[in-house]
Design a protein around this ligand. Structure first.
Ligand SMILES: [Zn+2]
Length: 108
């Protein structure tokens, strides 16, 4: 790949151009960290599952308590489906790696 600033030839794994010392754009191979909104979403889903599992009664949709209660499992899944996007939205609030603001100045 080429450096976008000085057009020097750089290798694929380089994070900094060795000619002009500017950071190179990473094409997904650099960082393997999970983004913060995805992490917060996962944490909120797990917590909501635990809370829902404690609060929803054992015989919630159907009164039979023997065997696998499919309706209750579906309710737990629905709680996770609601809590996941909420957690993602919360994670977006905590994301510190925001794009720098576009500083457009008006010509005087
Ligand atoms: Zn360069």
């Amino acid at each position: 790949m080429k450096c976008p600033h000085c057009h020097a030839l750089c290798s694929q794994g380089d994070s900094v151009c060795y000619s002009c010392r500017t950071p190179l754009p990473t094409s997904g191979g650099g960082s393997t960290r999970v983004p913060i909104p995805a992490r917060v979403s996962m944490i909120v889903m797990v917590i909501s599952y635990c809370v829902a599992n404690a609060l929803i009664p054992e015989d919630y949709p159907s009164k039979s308590t023997n065997g696998f209660n499919l309706g209750r499992a579906a309710c737990l899944g629905a709680v996770g489906c609601v809590a996941g996007p909420i957690g993602y939205g919360l994670g977006l609030l905590f994301d510190r790696r925001r794009r720098p603001q576009d500083k457009t100045t008006l010509p005087v």
